[in-house]
Design a binder for this molecule. Structure first.
Ligand SMILES: Nc1ncnc2c1ncn2[C@@H]1O[C@H](COP(=O)(O)OP(=O)(O)OP(=O)(O)O)[C@@H](O)[C@H]1O
Ligand SMILES: [Mg+2]
Length: 277
């Protein structure tokens, strides 16, 4: 389906975000222009410090742009509380999102206080149960558990269950798999794709790893030094690209993901050419 008939969720026209860093001005996002459409699974890919999280925080309404026009369903983000009813996030470190001294169950259920109108305790408990089952966890398994009793991968699944219970229109997942092993990573991405489909969400997924982006998304933005230097469908971005940052990210893919997750890419072709040589 062409993008023309789709509803625009985020529209960015030449947006920048700078910070005062001592005597210097740090421009974290530079003149970015893009549209994110309803139902998209967009990946933002780039190396450390290129501005991915700052862009994600702009989408969450945490940083207004320093210049340019940025809208959510056609309007600037004015009220963050209202915005968070619809736009939720999953961050890199699940342990920092949970208090060690309260049971996980209590904290999942307390997420209902974010919402306005607020679902009843009983209704939200059912949504939490559904969220836990969506990530293959029986609600009884964690009923009395505390965060320190679960692994990093299990805690990431708790964050996905929480997102499922909150049912946002848009989910921003900032490196949700960077702290877990490769085999756990694939599982987490599968859960993300599953809840996206079940809830009809728009997802913005942030990663260093272009092969993960290719695995999950219908559109990819490549960032370098605050700028979006390449954007399009995975085929457009990875196919025959000569764009230097994209080529570098392709070469940086961990070996374990290379052949498996980007079958039509430049890497697979490189491997094939080597075989045929
Ligand atoms: N609040 C802030 N004040 C000043 N500078 C900031 C602030 N937040 C981010 N920056 C700077 O903006 C740049 C982009 O940061 P950002 O966190 O978006 O990088 P990133 O692409 O998410 O990197 P990583 O992959 O390591 O998470 C960095 O140079 C960072 O130091
Ligand atoms: Mg970041």
């Amino acid at each position: 389906m062409s993008n023309e008939n789709k509803t625009v969720v985020f529209h960015a026209d030449n947006i920048s975000k700078s910070f005062n860093a001592g005597k210097h001005l740090k421009v974290a996002v530079k003149n970015a222009s893009f549209d994110i459409y309803d139902g998209d699974f967009v990946s933002i890919v780039g190396s450390s410090g290129c501005g991915k999280s700052v862009l994600a925080k702009m989408m969450l309404g945490l940083y207004p742009p320093t210049s340019g026009e940025f809208t959510y369903y056609g309007k600037p983000i004015a009220n963050t509380k209202k915005h968070w009813n619809e736009v939720q996030s999953i961050f890199q470190d699940p342990f920092s999102c949970f208090n060690q001294f309260f049971s996980i169950r209590t904290q999942l259920e307390d997420a209902r206080f974010i919402l306005n109108p607020r679902p009843s305790k009983a209704e939200f408990a059912e949504r939490v149960d559904a969220g836990l089952r969506a990530v293959n966890m029986e609600p009884d398994e964690i009923r009395e558990k505390y965060p320190f009793e679960l692994s990093g991968g299990q805690m990431q699944r708790m964050l996905i269950a929480r997102a499922f219970a909150l049912r946002p229109k848009v989910l921003i997942a900032d490196e949700p798999t960077s702290m877990v092993d490769a085999h756990v990573r694939a599982g987490i991405l599968d859960y993300l794709m599953k809840i996206k489909k079940e809830l009809n969400m728009t997802v913005v997924f942030i990663t260093h790893d272009i092969s993960l982006a290719n695995y999950v998304s219908n559109r990819i933005f490549i960032m370098h030094d605050g700028q979006i230097v390449n954007q399009g469908t995975p085929d457009e971005v990875l196919g025959n690209t000569t764009e230097p940052t994209t080529l570098k990210l392709l070469d940086d893919i961990p070996d374990v993901n290379k052949q498996e997750w980007i079958p039509n890419s430049h890497l697979a072709r490189k491997a094939k050419n080597a075989e045929n040589a």
